[in-house]
Design a binder for this molecule. Structure first.
Ligand SMILES: [Zn+2]
Length: 143
């Protein structure tokens, strides 16, 4: 529950470590990542269940024609922050009559691995050649 609450307020692993230290409690160490993955897996399962139920309910609202639904949908998106400074965005497909969200996608301009590797390059802990080789492979795997 503490890891979930910590994730909810966006304090992250470092925030949890500081909070436990302030309360003279032992840090969670690698257990934090384990509990974080448990919370994220449960959240993904819940979201998938909700989306599946929404799709079923939206289909029930319409009449199928040869297995196809002439469904009215709306796509809309939002950024986490106003202006052009946000790194996080969300897009969602809603069924127009019921307002049910049928699908969504989140996107981020930030990549933790790229930030980490760039920091290693700036500290000259890896060579420019190794960084560029890693970056080509990273882009191939993530794009
Ligand atoms: Zn990246």
């Amino acid at each position: 529950m503490m890891v979930y609450s910590n994730m909810d307020i966006g304090a992250g692993h470092v925030g949890m470590h500081k909070m436990l230290g302030n309360m003279s409690m032992k840090p969670l160490g690698k257990k934090y990542q384990y509990y974080q993955s448990v919370v994220l897996d449960a959240a993904r399962k819940k979201v998938n269940d909700v989306l599946a139920n929404s799709v079923r309910a939206a289909k029930d609202f319409y009449t199928a024609n040869n297995g196809m639904y002439d469904m009215k949908v709306i796509f809309d998106g939002s950024w986490q922050k106003r202006g052009h400074t946000s790194n996080l965005a969300l897009g969602a497909v809603k069924e127009a009559e019921t307002g049910l969200v049928l699908d969504y996608e989140t996107v981020s301009k930030m990549c933790e691995m790229c930030t980490r590797k760039t920091n290693l390059l700036q500290k000259k802990q890896i060579s420019k050649e190794d960084f560029e080789k890693w970056l080509v492979d990273h882009k191939r795997k993530t794009l």
